[in-house]
Design a protein around this ligand. Structure first.
Ligand SMILES: C[S@@+](CC[C@H](N)C(=O)[O-])C[C@H]1O[C@@H](n2cnc3c(N)ncnc32)[C@H](O)[C@@H]1O
Length: 196
């Protein structure tokens, strides 16, 4: 036999249990969004397509990349151009907005034994400080090259080579242009930043 609770004690018990129930359900509900929210995918200006090694060789040779160079690959993908540049003794900075590309670029540079010569940064190439570059490499799109042109002209030192796979710069005529056959005809353009 159990003792019936008097009315004030029963009211107090109900209030306490209701309060506990509310407080225990509120906490996990509030924490969930931070653990389950999906990552926002980066808004890329161009998708990843790697430059073939044969084309990279022509790009780096056109710019005469060597041990004194700091090569910036704007939209670096998984680092193939910079890894090849590092094998010629250069240092590199790779910029890409896609975290997956940056992650794999770092793994690729490690495997190639040149990770100490290359810095990969997850960043928008249009917001990158390119002033330290002695060579810039691009594999973007014609309209992106043209959007980038004023920054190249403003921030790079006169004489700095800019090399682009496949796409030109509109009215800015290249100093060199090459054709490379790898399943199709690839084009390599080289410009030099003019004196101001
Ligand atoms: C055509 S791939 C070129 C990859 C590499 N440069 C090569 O030639 O092998 C273009 C790269 O630009 C990156 N990208 C697109 N929009 C970008 C942006 N606004 N800022 C930085 N990277 C971007 C893509 O994720 C992709 O990896």
């Amino acid at each position: 036999m159990h003792t019936p609770l008097n009315l004030p004690v029963r009211i107090l018990a109900v209030l306490l249990l209701t309060g506990c129930a509310l407080s225990t359900t509120a906490a996990p509900t509030a924490a969930q969004p931070t653990t389950t929210a999906p990552a926002t995918p980066p808004k890329l200006d161009v998708v990843w397509v790697p430059t073939p090694p044969e084309v990279i060789a022509v790009m780096l040779e056109a710019a005469k990349v060597g041990p004194n160079d700091l090569v910036y690959d704007l939209g670096c993908g998984e680092g193939e151009i910079l890894i090849a540049a590092a094998k010629r003794g250069a240092r590199g900075v790779g910029i890409d907005l896609d975290p997956e590309r940056i992650k794999n670029a770092k793994i690729n540079a490690e495997k190639a034994g040149v990770a100490d010569r290359i810095t990969f940064i997850e960043q928008d190439l249009f917001k990158t400080d390119i002033k330290p570059a002695t060579v810039v490499t691009l594999y973007l799109l014609p309209e992106l090259n043209q959007r980038l042109m004023p920054t190249l002209m403003r921030d790079l030192k006169p004489g700095t080579p800019v090399v682009s796979h496949d796409f030109d710069m509109g009215d800015w005529k290249p100093e060199q242009s090459h054709e490379v056959q790898v399943r199709r005809t690839h084009r390599v353009y080289l410009w030099r930043i003019p004196a101001r």
